[in-house]
Design a protein around this ligand. Sequence first.
Ligand code: AQP
Length: 349
Amino acid sequence: KERVFSGVQPTGNLHLGNYLGAIKRFAELQESYECIYCVVDMHAITQDMRVWGGPEELKRCIREVTSAYLAAGIDPAKNIVFNQSQVSGHAELAWVFNCVARLGWLNRMTQFKEKAGKDRENASVGLYAYPTLMAADILLYRATHVPVGEDQKQHIELTRDIAQKFNNDFAASITRLGLGDAALEGGYFPLTEPLIGGPAARVMSLRDGSKKMSKSDPSDLSRINLTDDADAVASKIRKAKTDPEPLPSEADGLKGRPEAENLVGIYAALSGESRESILATFGGGQFSTFKAALVDLAVTRLGPIGGEMKRLVADPGHIDAILRNGAERARVIADETMGQVKDILGFVR
Ligand code: AQP
């Protein structure tokens, strides 16, 4: 079986984009892959404490992301579910990759530019090195596939560049130790493929169709949180920005209308219907009719997930036990990789 790794940051406000772009797909992939799903708490602290809220809030968010995984149907017995900081290999391999990756590569990362904003001098070194930690997360398990939203594509490409450079730089050592994989032309790390797809690889803000739906958007109206109740979901969808034209009858008519395209994309992802069939039903009609149907659909699909998340977080001991068990199983794979990486590098142990 090929191996999948992915993660979500415990930074609060888990939203529909995180669900449709990532978590829902995590659950689907458990049927055909060996899956490792991580709550990437070490990534969460790359941002200012005002963003992650301090130790108690971080704990709450770690448990909340775990509860979202479980509520979405991820089975922690069949897959490995854990939080990153419990497996020290992530930090160790990230350091090695800091020494493999080039400054020029990191300088091109658009997420850093967006998150650091204008005050770049005040961004943490961790925020800058975020992509090398992400590469370590993935390659510590030598994962072959990573399901992510569109926004993470550049980081997966960097992960491949790091794997390739490590394989090249240490080719002689890898061969001497017999650690090369014939399927990788004698390389040690795989060139991981991103799994990006479906109608909701990029869910946009409900207030601005040119911005992605995001946890850190100051406007709560911009996103549907997984724990929003039915009234909140209804009010946010009713208030979602649209243009004055009626919905088109064909998918081509959505071009240049980002807000309409986003709402139809959300409907498609939640219902499993194609855009064409949705527009065959709602095309030519008013947005209000379509929005009412979208409210019903969103409440039906998300209500049970939000309810289950609330039930699960009420028992933190149960969640913590799942994370500890997952970390123990993750450590078995991680320790093997780190041992081999140390041998390849020439560290005495
Ligand atoms: N709008 C989105 N549409 C589709 N997928 C999305 N993802 C995030 N936003 C969207 C995917 O969710 C996964 C987890 O994301 P993350 O928490 O690790 O980091 P992020 O991408 O920084 O998430 P946010 O919500 O956008 O947070 P902020 O506001 O802090 O930037 C990833 O697979 C991501 O692609």
